[in-house]
Design a binder for this molecule. Structure first.
Ligand SMILES: NC(=O)c1ccc[n+]([C@@H]2O[C@H](COP(=O)([O-])OP(=O)(O)OC[C@H]3O[C@@H](n4cnc5c(N)ncnc54)[C@H](O)[C@@H]3O)[C@@H](O)[C@H]2O)c1
Length: 363
């Protein structure tokens, strides 16, 4: 593919740093617009391609700055966002203003300026689904609403949401891109609205749009505010994480290398129109297994005994019980399957974390 001018908004963050490095290596000119003026993973940028990558410290909400960069770009990777459900609970106004104000500004710039952007890849989230798809032995496929009330004193409590039709026990099944977006958290609502704003604008202007609904992305450089970074901190300190519910609530963990590969593959494919993909591992991991894996890898790295998770049986209203996400669509379209297993991914994550925060060794 010939060299392109690529704009990555939020390009200094976890996904953006790794993507900037990979695009630089492919010979593209990379403009990174981000609130932060430094890559969170400087080592993701090969020294030989540094000259091709420029960071412009600023906010996408700044019309003038964004317009100048959009006018130079052939393709936009839109990765800037205030991230994380917990922060959005504490500060809904800031989250909505930041995420949607930024998207609205991009919409204005795309509509009003003379640019030649042909493709946009938007970083969305599987949080847009809410609880996702389930199967009921009596009623078949069902979509339960999020759980807001749960009597945790019930003996042998079924932590899964009940069937919305017969109230019986249901089990999670893979959630495909066709599932209606029923997420209700502030973060999910901003991601849904970002998708819709970008879909309408791209259809109107004839820009190709790929919407990537990421599951939980992990990797070197992940935010210190990421709740899963807390697991690493605890493991490093030899402390056990305390898990809510029965610890068997599950998440789909995918690693940043696979996410970058998906972005590059879709860029190469030059898809036409609007396409939405789950970008995930397709493997649902109970939190207790994930926390155990981190504790084990950390203990191996530090030559200590692991501190395994404990369970407190507490419930956070609105928390998604299971993330079972289907990745068949992106796998079949671009021939891409996640390469990084949980064990290998966690081992790399632990190695990075120990390097950044671990004990100083006297050699
Ligand atoms: N990491 C995950 O687990 C995950 C999961 C689902 C979706 N996503 C989505 O993927 C995208 C990238 O996530 P990440 O993990 O790399 O996040 P990150 O927090 O590591 O990086 C985001 C970057 O965007 C910047 N930013 C935020 N708002 C901005 C604005 N208005 N203008 C300029 N810069 C701004 C931040 O300073 C940060 O450098 C986000 O849109 C996020 O919602 C991430």
């Amino acid at each position: 593919m010939s060299s392109k001018t690529v704009l990555i908004t939020g390009g200094t963050g976890l996904i953006g740093s790794h993507l900037s490095g990979a695009l630089g290596l492919r010979g593209h000119d990379v403009k990174v617009l981000s609130r932060s003026s430094r890559f969170s993973v400087p080592e993701a940028i090969d020294k030989n391609v540094e000259s091709r990558i420029e960071i412009i410290a600023g906010d996408i909400i700044d019309h003038e700055v964004l317009e100048e960069l959009v006018n130079q770009a052939d393709i936009i990777f839109y990765k800037a966002a205030s991230v994380g459900a917990a922060g959005a609970v504490e500060n809904a106004k800031e989250f909505v203003q930041s995420n949607l104000g930024a998207t609205a500004n991009l919409v204005d710039v795309l509509r009003s300026s003379k640019h030649h952007v042909k493709d946009i890849i938007l970083g969305s989230s599987i949080s847009v689904y809410g609880e996702g798809m389930y199967s009921c032995p009596k009623c078949g496929p069902v979509r339960p609403p999020l759980r807001y009330q749960l009597d945790t004193s019930v003996p042998e409590l079924d932590w899964n949401p009940p069937c919305p039709q017969c109230q019986g026990h249901i089990i999670p099944t893979d959630t495909t891109e066709e599932a209606a977006p029923l997420g209700e958290s502030t973060y999910a609502v901003t991601k849904k609205a970002q998708e819709e704003l970008m879909i309408g604008t791209c259809r109107l202007l004839g820009i190709n749009l790929s919407v990537f609904r990421y599951s939980t992305v992990l990797g070197a450089g992940q935010s210190w505010h990421n709740p899963f970074t807390r697991f690493l901190e605890l493991a490093l300190a030899g402390e056990a994480p305390v898990l809510h519910e029965d610890g068997r609530q599950s998440r789909d963990f995918t690693f940043v290398e696979d996410v970058v590969a998906a972005n590059l593959a879709v860029m190469d494919k030059q898809l036409q129109g609007v396409n939405t993909f789950n970008v995930c591992s397709g493997v649902s991991t109970p939190l207790v297994d994930f926390a155990t894996c981190i504790a084990t890898e950390m203990a191996q790295a530090l030559h200590t005994e692991p501190s395994f998770p404990t369970i407190d049986g507490k419930f956070t209203p609105g928390d998604v019980r299971h993330c079972h996400t289907d990745c068949a669509k992106i796998a079949s379209l671009i021939g891409l399957k996640p390469q990084r297993s949980l064990d290998i991914g966690v081992a790399h994550l632990v190695e990075w974390f120990v390097r950044k925060k671990g004990p100083v060794r006297n050699c």
